[in-house]
Design a binder for this molecule. Structure first.
Ligand SMILES: NC(=O)c1ccc[n+]([C@@H]2O[C@H](COP(=O)([O-])OP(=O)(O)OC[C@H]3O[C@@H](n4cnc5c(N)ncnc54)[C@H](OP(=O)(O)O)[C@@H]3O)[C@@H](O)[C@H]2O)c1
Ligand SMILES: [Zn+2]
Length: 379
């Protein structure tokens, strides 16, 4: 390697190092900033960090402005410094003035971004304005990591639908429930804690009416640091959800949407009324052969700016999302229990999903006694 390419390689390594710090900062905003993107920024001069910031709260200042303020508080001038930011700075007025203005005012020498804005209407505009102001700009540093971090935001901006995660707990032989004489959970306490942490990062948790009738679940985020209370969604085409279920009785804890058909409403006027009186939203949607039209539901949730939907249903709803490739990510908690069921228990096995070939495993980790398999929809 000659000397010049050696220097370029070293500069690239330095850029990646600081961008990774910005990405770590960005992650701190998860659950609090959506539907905005999670963004982090680091201001550097001569290899020294002058200020760090991230987008902390929806409606609050953006990462770039927080980093500039932090540098000021630390007694540093930003003139001639480099800003590393995980997403192209915004160039339009939103809840706050455009970050571009603050960056230009800060007289930075360089701005390095991990990815351009995925919204085609504004993509590249912020970077062009920086260049016009005489600031050196580089893009796509740690681009894969930034795209991974912002996968849900990118989907909402490009497909106007939330990112869908299907989660289930199964025995090693693929059963989603244990025989009635085994009064215990399938998954370990550590796994259940991890699920509650994931719940509080989501806009909504979804089950089918089969799960409501079988388990009478609460579907709330509990016993973890609560960032927000996700809305509970039930797919229920013939409106069978009992007004006395734990779910409906706990409406004060988090909102509820029952997605049903026109027939479900017209054939059950009393129950419709009773549920509406509790504050439950009855959402009428078209149906397909499987039940509620999931594509229509996701379009509606996208219109409401939802970024994350966690599906925690039984086999019928899991099958619908996964077969139709409407789930982006799958989390299967496989417990070291082998059950030879006497009764007809619900069955949904990760091995069948892998065999089907539409999803690919991207991670596997131990959580308590279980192993968590994470799968992604193939591109
Ligand atoms: N281990 C786990 O992680 C886990 C999690 C959840 C549940 N479970 C177990 O699973 C069992 C219940 O299984 P399940 O399959 O009945 O529950 P489910 O998948 O949650 O609910 C199924 C019902 O949802 C309704 N539905 C509406 N739209 C649908 C659509 N597009 N696709 C599919 N279904 C739609 C259907 O009823 P309508 O036709 O009346 O609308 C259907 O019968 C219980 O034993 C429960 O304990 C286990
Ligand atoms: Zn901004």
């Amino acid at each position: 390697m000659n000397r010049q390419s050696d220097i370029l390689c070293r500069m690239h390594e330095i850029d990646e190092h600081f961008m990774q710090i910005a990405l770590r900062l960005a992650r701190r905003g998860r659950g609090a900033v959506e539907p905005n993107p999670t963004v982090g920024a680091v201001i550097v001069r001569d290899g020294k960090i002058l200020g760090e910031g991230w987008h902390e709260q929806f409606g609050g200042p953006h990462a770039e402005v927080n980093a500039i303020m932090a540098a000021g508080k630390n007694g540093h001038d930003t003139r001639g410094a480099t800003m590393y930011v995980t997403l192209e700075p915004c160039s339009h007025f939103g809840k706050t003035p455009p970050c571009i203005q603050a960056v230009i005012k800060g007289q930075f020498a360089r701005v390095i971004v991990a990815m351009q804005d995925p919204d085609e209407k504004v993509s590249g505009r912020g970077l062009a304005q920086l260049q016009e102001a005489g600031i050196e700009v580089a893009t796509d540093v740690c681009n894969d990591d930034a795209r991974e971090l912002l996968a849900a935001y990118i989907k909402l901006r490009t497909k106007q639908r939330p990112w869908v995660i299907c989660k289930w707990a199964q025995t090693s032989d693929g059963y989603l429930a244990l025989p009635a004489d085994q009064d215990r959970w399938i998954s370990s306490p550590e796994s259940r804690m991890k699920v509650h942490e994931l719940r509080t990062l989501c806009d909504g948790l979804l089950v089918g009416v089969g799960t409501v009738l079988a388990d009478d679940p609460l579907l709330t985020a509990r016993n973890v640091d609560i960032k927000r209370h996700p809305t509970r969604v039930v797919l229920d085409s013939s409106l069978k959800t009992p007004a006395k279920s734990k779910l409906i009785r706990s409406i004060g804890d988090a909102p509820i949407i029952i997605a049903t058909s026109q027939q479900g409403i017209t054939e059950n006027p009393k129950r419709t009324d009773a549920l509406r009186k509790t504050g439950t939203e009855i959402l009428e949607l078209p149906c397909t052969a499987d039940g509620i039209d999931l594509a229509a539901l996701l379009d509606e949730l996208g219109r409401r700016d939802w970024t994350h939907l966690l599906v925690e249903a039984g086999p019928r709803v899991l099958e619908s999302f996964i077969q139709n490739q409407l789930a982006d990510e799958l989390h299967a908690y496989v417990a070291p229990i082998h059950t030879k069921p006497k009764a007809n228990l619900p069955h949904f096995d990760i091995n069948d999903v892998l065999h089907d070939g539409k999803y690919v495993q991207t991670a596997e980790e131990s959580v308590g006694a279980d192993s968590l398999h994470v799968l992604r929809l193939k591109a």
